[in-house]
Design a protein around this ligand. Structure first.
Ligand code: NAD
Ligand code: MG
Length: 409
């Protein structure tokens, strides 16, 4: 029988146990992370849990994982959190507000941070963890899109190791281990990100006019939070991932390709100058990606079964349809433009997706609003956090106004 438990076991609470802060603990990535962590009790444990506003779900996670700290982003929810923890007889200390989450991410009670807050709201805590030199398991791709240069620079300066928690980027991260990283360029010709194509693959633009939020979040292969599910349906998710890959692996957008692969078993590929193409394969379950990040460089149990290619049979590939799904083209353009353009792309998309999920705008308005924002706002140089946050705020404002002016809003 293969040895599937290569980790040394320690007593729970041993001093050398890896202490992990899970930010966005109640979400899809957060709960998958906690599932993997719980499989390795003693060797790693969740010491900090943070969430946006769901106090009951956060308390339930505290009962299961017994962290030292729990934080809720909404300051108005401090008392319910504190009282709920006390009523559950937990020693977990309650905190509230974004600043408290930043302080916990940077503080002494964790050495690893799973950054799994959704949207630009996660930038501040992600940056705090990077500046504090933590091992950063980065799921919050919007932080990289909004402030990729700044975040990677600060992480490098503080010695923070960034491990991507996105199936495609984890695949590339793994495939890149087979080259000599000390040589500039290291023989990489291009990166190929795979995309499932989302729930509307194969539809024309006209067919997308009347799709509903419920149809958009029903992803055929992955179970994810509502925002990233809509991003997958518009292909903006792949666009954000192109920008994410650029920052993580220092490859220009022109050498990052996208290939639609409906089975979602090949998670991405790296092509080398010698003609070798390396791919990473696995079932579409983020616990594999999280186990890579949590255990790295060790391989640890994730609870995910191996891949039975015979059972799956066919692997198919096709080109993305940039006419039906213009968000991917807009993301490449924003990356090319640089400066504040990716921040504008991201902010307009967040506002538009939120309005779509609330039933206030149609599906096709999402790319239209993003395109409008990119042409309305100048892509100024943006190498400071203040400049990026100002572009983000301004874009949210003009996109909100544009939505209010839409006939059916
Ligand atoms: P989700 O909606 O399921 O969960 C989001 C989490 O963030 C929740 O715990 C919520 O309480 C928390 N949150 C929201 N606003 C907050 C705030 N202001 N402060 C603190 N916490 C806040 O989303 P998800 O699918 O888990 O995605 C999380 C991130 O991971 C996103 O950036 C997404 O793009 C990325 N990601 C997700 C997947 C996936 O399979 N779900 C895959 C790759 C990348
Ligand atoms: Mg992905």
């Amino acid at each position: 029988m293969p040895d599937t438990s290569p980790l040394p076991r320690h007593d729970a609470g041993a001093d050398d146990a890896r202490r992990i802060a899970v930010l966005g603990a109640t979400g899809s990535i957060g709960t998958s992370a906690l599932d993997v962590i719980a499989r390795h009790r003693g060797w790693m444990r969740a010491s900090v849990l943070a969430a946006g506003s769901n106090v009951q779900a956060l308390i339930a996670l505290c009962q299961a994982h017994r962290p030292e700290h729990a934080a809720i982003a909404d300051p108005a929810l401090y008392i319910p959190l504190r009282d709920g923890l006390r009523d559950a007889s937990l020693a977990t200390e309650a905190h509230a507000g974004a600043e408290a989450i930043d302080a916990l991410a940077a503080g002494p009670d964790c050495d690893t941070v799973v950054a799994a807050v959704v949207g630009a709201a996660g930038l501040s805590s992600t940056l705090a963890a990077a500046r504090a030199g933590k091992r950063l398991l980065l799921a919050n791709k919007e932080a990289l899109v909004l402030a990729g240069e700044l975040l990677t620079r600060e992480a490098a300066a503080a010695g923070a190791e960034i491990i991507p928690i996105d199936s495609e980027h984890s695949a590339i991260f793994q495939c890149l281990r087979s080259r000599d990283a000390s040589v500039a360029g290291a023989g990489v010709r291009r990166l190929v990100l795979t995309a499932s194509g989302g729930p509307f693959r194969g539809r024309s633009r006209a067919d997308l006019q009347a799709v509903t939020p419920a149809q958009a979040v029903a992803h055929p292969k992955w179970s994810m939070g509502p925002k990233i599910s809509v991003d997958s349906a518009t292909l903006m998710n792949k666009g954000l991932e192109v920008i994410e890959a650029h920052h993580l692996f220092d490859v220009p957008g022109a050498r990052i390709d996208v290939l639609v692969h409906p089975q979602s078993l090949v998670h991405s590929l790296v092509e080398y100058v010698d003609g070798s193409t390396l791919a990473q394969l696995g079932l579409p379950d983020m616990r594999t990606t999280l186990a890579v990040g949590l255990g790295w460089p060790r391989r640890i149990e994730s609870g995910v079964a191996g891949l039975d290619l015979l059972a799956h049979g066919r692997l198919e590939f096709e080109a993305p349809d940039l006419d039906a799904f213009p968000c991917l083209r807009l993301a490449w353009q924003a990356l090319e433009a640089g400066g504040s353009a990716p921040a504008i792309l991201n902010a307009a998309n967040e506002i538009a997706v939120s309005a779509f999920l609330q039933g206030r705008i149609g599906f096709l308005s999402i790319p239209e609003l993003v395109e409008q924002a990119l042409s309305a706002l100048p892509d100024t140089a943006a190498d400071t956090l203040e400049a990026l946050l100002a572009a983000d705020a301004r874009c949210r404002q003009i996109t909100t106004t544009a939505i209010a002016r839409l006939p059916h809003a």
